[in-house]
Design a protein around this ligand. Structure first.
Ligand SMILES: *Cc1c(COP(=O)(O)O)cnc(C)c1O
Ligand SMILES: [Zn+2]
Length: 552
């Protein structure tokens, strides 16, 4: 395994020692690993077929001389999942989720911790310091325990108690700092300096950047396997159009960018995706600085977000690197309010079966925003990094009415009466009836799913206009959701028939259509329907509010 450490400031090359964290020539802390891309580029891909899934399958491109299998917890190799429902909902069908929740401690920090601890172990280090907003410390703690290392974990007092307990559970010393995350990092640095202990340096840690780049390798390898399963072994790998990630210090995208850059350099792919780093509005120094066109980041001194995982107020030089990557790939920085992140988490869970933590919700809220703004185009292929799992659901996500309280009646009722009464409190006897008339199976499923996940309705379905009309006349639903372009009988004809019959004339109709309507078509609908929804609009809360308002 041959690689060198190159200084990003003066270009000096030095051999790698995990404990030497600065350039011996100019003292810069910004350095990166360089490999023999010529040889590895030609030889590694043909070896991959025989290797197990996981981050170490790319070991020739990692800064660990002898990967120690006994430290591994199965890091990397997380699935790339097609988000079919979200894609339909947003009118952007090629959305993929890199599911980093499936790492050993449920966040993408497992890559960083596994590679860093392996390198430290190889160098004989037995004690280290890390400042963390939670996940880094959890992950380092798990790997440190396997490596027989002690971790001093500095966390801010805002880190959720469940996360702190998990850090302690692995045997790390938790040090709770009442102050901002940037202050917490300062205390940790000072502690490490005084005791002469190795300290994690975030985006300046060579092993961390190297670990994160495996996300890029996996995305391209997996995307090729999904989209082009019969490709020749040496055919170029696929690259998405976008890489979207919620960021704090920016280590993830800096590493992922390096991964894409190396693949391109080795001829494995022919391009690098556009980068879209997303921050929480209450702590968005990089987004704000980028939007102002600044070359250096203006720090945020008092972060105002409840999403502690993303509370880096002073990104330092990481911003300068990311700014260059975002600009050179025609990407964007974007920020979203906490509420949008909580809502996005909820949508992701309901539509894709993926329960993520609020920080990952920020990435999805950013995705929604960029699609709505037309920056991410409907035909673009997007990979969103689902960076971490959820902690027990925060009350602010669910609102008030997510459970029903059931009280049994007084003691003298019979058990049967008691049970019936209890059941009647669980749900009323009759739910509002909604008829979905839509010829595309996926669209029917999507509308059904949206309705089911937001309220209790009896849902009836018909697959074309003629069946739909019969269904409506028979069942007299409280609301009809109608497609326009359908075989047998189109939506326009259905509406005219409904309006002509006194029994159905007043049933409200929401038209849901994938196409842009012409002026002529709009006037044909005029006055006869209650709402018009383009299919990309379904995510809007408006859709459900419309439904609820019409049903009353
Ligand atoms: C650390 C973390 C982030 C931010 O990562 P960076 O790339 O270091 O900015 C996002 N989401 C989760 C879940 C994290 O743990
Ligand atoms: Zn240097």
């Amino acid at each position: 395994m041959s690689f060198i450490i190159k200084c990003l400031d003066c270009g000096h090359n030095a051999p790698y020692y995990p404990t030497s964290t600065t350039c011996p020539k100019c003292n810069s802390q910004w350095r990166e690993a360089e490999y023999d891309y010529e040889i590895i580029g030609k030889t590694l891909r043909s070896k991959l077929a025989k290797r197990r899934s996981g981050l170490w399958r790319y070991r020739e491109l990692l800064p660990v001389r002898n990967p120690n299998v006994s430290l591994s917890l199965g890091e990397g190799g997380t699935p790339l999942i097609r988000a079919v429902n979200l894609g339909m909902m947003l009118g952007c069908p090629n959305i993929y989720i890199k599911d980093e929740r499936q790492g050993p401690t449920s966040s993408f920090k497992d890559r960083q911790a596994s590679v860093t601890i392996a390198a430290l172990k190889e160098a004989g280090i037995t004690e280290m310091v890390a400042a963390s907003t939670g996940n880094v410390a959890i992950s380092y703690s798990a790997y440190a325990s396997r490596a027989g290392m002690k971790l001093w974990a500095f966390v801010t007092s805002l880190v959720p108690a469940v996360k702190m307990r998990e850090i302690a559970l692995y045997g790390s010393q938790v040090i709770k700092i009442t102050g901002s995350y940037d202050q917490c990092k300062q205390v940790a640095s000072e502690f490490a300096r005084q005791r002469n202990l190795y300290q994690d340096m975030g985006a300046r840690t060579i092993t961390s950047i190297e670990a994160m780049k495996t996300i890029a390798f996996e995305i391209s390898e997996q995307m090729t396997a999904i989209q082009d399963p019969d490709a020749e072994v040496d055919a170029p790998w696929r690259t998405p159009d976008w890489y979207v990630q919620a960021i704090s210090g920016g280590m993830g995208p800096i590493g992922v960018y390096k991964g894409f850059r190396e693949m391109k350099q080795m001829g494995w792919t022919d391009r690098i995706p556009a980068f879209a780093p997303i921050q929480a509005e209450g702590c968005a120094p990089m987004v704000n600085s980028w939007k102002k066109g600044l070359e250096k980041a203006e720090p945020v001194t008092s972060p105002m977000t409840r999403i502690e995982t993303l509370a880096t107020g002073d990104p330092g030089r990481a911003y300068e690197f990311l700014r260059e990557y975002v600009n050179s790939t025609n990407g964007v920085f974007e920020s979203v309010p906490d509420e949008d992140a909580f809502r996005a988490m909820h949508v992701l869970a309901k539509m894709e079966g993926i329960s993520a933590e609020p920080a990952a919700g920020v990435a999805f809220a950013g995705l929604f925003k960029l699609i709505r703004a037309g920056i991410i185009k409907p035909s673009d292929t997007v990979v969103v990094n689902c960076t971490g799992h959820t902690m027990p659901a925060d009350p602010s996500i669910l609102g008030d009415n997510w459970s029903r309280d059931v009280k049994f009646p007084s003691v003298d009722a019979t058990p049967q009466e008691g049970l019936l009464s209890a059941l009647s409190q669980v749900a009323p006897e009759r739910f509002p009836k909604i008829a979905i008339v839509e010829d595309t199976t996926e669209a029917r499923r999507l509308i059904r799913r949206i309705l089911q996940s937001q309220g209790n309705f009896t849902i009836l379905e018909a697959v074309n206009g003629r069946e739909g009309l019969e269904l409506i006349q028979r069942e007299l639903p409280d609301l009809v959701i109608l497609d326009l372009m359908m075989p047998e009988m189109d939506g326009f004809t259905v509406i005219e028939a409904l309006r002509a019959n006194p029994e159905t004339a007043t049933i409200p109709v929401i038209v849901a259509t994938a196409k842009e309507l012409t002026q002529d078509e709009k006037s044909r609908l005029g006055g006869q329907i209650q709402a018009l929804m383009q299919k990309g609009d379904f995510l809007n809360d408006e859709f459900l509010e419309e439904v609820k308002a019409l049903i009353k």
